[in-house]
Design a protein around this ligand. Sequence first.
Ligand code: BJW
Ligand code: ZN
Length: 253
Amino acid sequence: MNFSDTLLAKLASACDVVAFTGAGISAESGVPTFRGNDGIWTKFKPEELANLNAFMRNPELVWEWYSARKKVIAEVQPNAGHYALAEMERIFSSFAVITQNIDNLHRRAGSKNVFELHGNIERNYCMRCGRQFTDEQVLNGTAVPTCPCGGVIRPDVVWFGELLPEDEWRGAEKACQRADVLLSIGTSGVVYPAAGLPLEAKRSGAFIVEINPEPTPLTEYADEFLQGKAGEILPRILDHLKTKSQRNSHSQV
Ligand code: BJW
Ligand code: ZN
């Protein structure tokens, strides 16, 4: 796949860049997506697992699901897509990763400016007193972990019907409003309010690039649709950026 001259020119002149990511960027690390053919929710219905009512009704089942996912995520590694974004943070004057993922793989790849819209599976907290717990403290064989205060402990993730963490959301919105280019990577774009961010960036003048093997509801609004895998396309974009910054540094000598 060759990149268009317009895309290369937009990237060459961009100061503020945002990468908006979803489960697809972690697929090549071995983390299943939610809604793809081998997505998690072909086997489990989201309403049975990712909402507070479901947790109150059947905490054992929800904890079983999260314990299994915590184990998968602890064993996988960031892939070429995550690493390419971490390097881009060193190239652009301002670069933010806004992720819907809870797997912490962006930070593990070296990205620093990360907004986690849906929480982080490595954290847990008591629903009564708010005390934080590590995985070692909660994954001790008890089906539903409890706090010394008697409260039930839950994973620190955002379920349907819950508000997104305020600081992360505010930071993400600001980054989108000032972005010159937004890369929407590996998300089906159906879960709101996160799915509205690329459109908010577009309304503020950003050039929207979508990277996904499949079209999504965002595709018709994207300025460029790069059809394929994040782990293959992002390193190629990075190569172009590096070639360009090398050329610039030679011309300054
Ligand atoms: C690749 C690839 C490769 C594969 N390379 N790509 C009706 C209309 C509009 C909104 C609503 C509505 N009814 C209810 C709502 C609100 C609701 C919502 O949006 N629902 C819609 C689904 C209908 N949203 C909420 O409830 C949110 N809160 C909220 O709105 O608060 C206000 C409120 C308060 C009180 C009452 C009502 C409202 C909260 C949403 C929380 C979402 N949480 C989850 C679970 C997190 C914890 C966990 O992981 O367990 O977040 S749901 C799940 O979906 C997860 C994800 O972050 C999120 C998005 O999924 P994502 O990342 O897009 O993954 P997939 O699988 O869908 O897509 C993967 C893509 O990758 C595909 O396109 C592939 O093609 C692609 N791909 N391989 C690149 N190699
Ligand atoms: Zn407690």
